[in-house]
Design a protein around this ligand. Sequence first.
Ligand SMILES: Nc1ncnc2c1ncn2[C@@H]1O[C@H](COP(=O)(O)OP(=O)(O)OP(=O)(O)O)[C@@H](O)[C@H]1O
Length: 782
Amino acid sequence: MNQGGMDCTSHYGGYHMSGRGMRRLTVFVGEQSPREVDLGQFHKEYISFGRSPDNDLVLPSPNVSKHHGFFRLTANGVYVEDLNSTNGLLFNGTRVASGLLREGDILRIDDERRSVTSGVLFFFNTSSEHHSWKKREMGKAGELLIGREQRCDVVLNHVSVSKRHASIVREGDAFFVVDHSSTNGTFVNGRRVQGRKPLKEKDVLRIVDTRLIFANGCLYYCSYKRGLGIEAVHLVRTVKNKGETFNICNDVSLSIEPGELVAIIGGSGAGKTTLMNAICGYNRPTSGQVLINGEELYDTYDALKNIIGYVPQQDIVYDNLTLFSMLDYAAKLRLPDDMSEQERRQRVHQVIDIVELKGKENTMIRQLSGGQKKRASIAVELLSDPTLFFLDEPASGLDPGTERNLMRTLKNMTNTGKTVVLVTHSTLNLQVCDKIVFMGRGGNLCFYGNTREAEEFFHVDNLVDVYNMMTEDPMRWKSLYNQKAQRERKGGGYKEVHSRQSYSKKAKSKHSRLRQTGILSSRYLQLLINDRQRLAMVLLQAPILALLISLVKNGYQFERYDITKSLLFALSCSAFWIGMLNAIQEVCKERAILRREYMTGLHLGAYITSKLLVLGVLCLVQSLLLIGVFWLTVGIPEEGLFLPPFLEMFLTAFLTAFSATAMGLFASSLFKNPDRAMTAAPILLMPQILFSGLLFKLKGVTTVLSWFTICRWSVEGFGSSANLNGLEYTVEVNGEIQEFPHEAEAFFEFTKAHIAQDWFLLVVFVAVFCILSGLVLRSVKK
Ligand SMILES: Nc1ncnc2c1ncn2[C@@H]1O[C@H](COP(=O)(O)OP(=O)(O)OP(=O)(O)O)[C@@H](O)[C@H]1O
């Protein structure tokens, strides 16, 4: 065999290689039914394939050369090499000369431009569990329906699959795949199907956890019931701090087998979370690749997100909901739209059972213990039945008993086919893990293997001792580990030649925005109502402020210019303040939840609209109370411009509070923490006082600044309703009130057009701040 094309220089760093277990190929040749081939059955290192009968794997297809190539079985994995064949080996449409096969890889021997019936397709898997391919023939049927519903032709039993998810449709000799507006999408060769797409021979489809291959008018499909494998290849994450650039994840490569429980441990600040975030799709590394069963995670995220669960360090549950409502809302947001209420409730009860919180369904989350709260966060992520599950410090703050139970629960999950990766500080229960990753300062991988191997490697009886050893000299351990890994590697060293499949990144979950807005609004309303103390305070603010204003009236309000103007300015500032306080902490306090939900398909538009709707209702009630009490204690003008005066004043107050709420939402989306957001409140209030044109005469730049203050337009609105220009201006001279003429100010024109313009500008503020919030929140993932 010609091995001249191999590059024998090491390319893989020191990481545990996959492929020591099963090495299985599903081979689709021409019009034949697919064949399962266990490469181990040949009991040899080189397994040749080609058209000629003297090959180990005979592929009777005109597209295949007589001696096309070979597979090489090594301790590191299975390599494939092309023997200068005519049609070569195609990996995702790119011709490759050789390469290491990874779980889930698909190779073709085909026409380079289009797949043909006589082509060959290899599907590679290393799972010890037999991947049984099921087959469904089109036959004479014009349509094959795929979905969760039992009466579909192809039934996919996963909660994230829609009831009627997609169809394969025949029209004459042509075949099409039609996506029935499924929530989580149908992907063909990595691209999300929008409506309908022609199907070619041996096209590869993905629906949630199932791969489907369309060949010879038949659909072959197989679900990942044994979990997913993860390959981290040369991951580097670089950050800048005080002008200096440094690595917080320093060239980490490792391979996690499907169905393993893996713990990432190491000292504080060693880069555990950074590594976890990189391999779970949360933070794209600066360089390197993350492959999930052979597919590039970041390019495929939209197709994979429903089978990836991630529990971050912060809890992703709301304190003011009961456990059941929290999970029910999360299920509504994450599971397919067509799921019946009964199915959804059943799923919620199932996950409550899994995390052992039965009996706590009606308990408020705030009343759960730390460990129970963590379990509630885990339950949220389990709703969509993820095959790959990541947890960042799930055991922090738990007592040893609870921690052990939690680890046992996680181990049980791997027994049901999930791959679980967790970050932990504790070494108490590491023996239940299949592998441990030791991270050393600077984001260095110092060891990867099982606990026994770790004790041998570090020469310790207790892994706690390793923490100090690694703190002292992480680079030494990194280098020793790399040497060890290099010694263990035999042969191999092929170049990484895979050009990974490029997926459409823009495809979003198809949960309808309207439906999401409804669910989010209902959840937000319930959260507000459940926090009775805060709600009472928020509702009391308005009448209290109106009462305080009434203390400074002098009996000439709505008769004399000066006092009326001051009272209306105080009213405007009160409405602004109430609206601003409604919103300024509302986004940042739930940032962790928002971030997670955004990654699972939440539309930011729906999120912002839900906040506006609920806070809008709150502003309505508050404005009613503010103007109501103001009317009772201070009074209102005798007549309005074109509405009854009360209604006009109420509308101006509402629009002021509402635009301040929108401004508050924007400010809240800028900050990561509610306390910091509060510090911005005075900075937002002061310009309203300074530049509204009421206290100070504006000129030059301050005139321009006043255009951007909500209170300017608000006071103009109130002033127009009160016809300020028509009121007398008085000054007290030697104890006597004297009247002075005053120029009519353009601010307070008593015209319908003027007040309409003020209201319109307040609405513009709402729109602008919503758009700005949306733009800022797009970076919530970072
Ligand atoms: N965006 C960032 N900018 C600058 N430094 C960062 C950034 N993110 C993380 N770091 C730094 O990188 C290092 C690794 O952080 P990481 O959170 O991954 O550590 P960790 O091992 O999970 O720590 P802990 O156990 O304390 O949670 C820390 O020193 C942290 O301060």
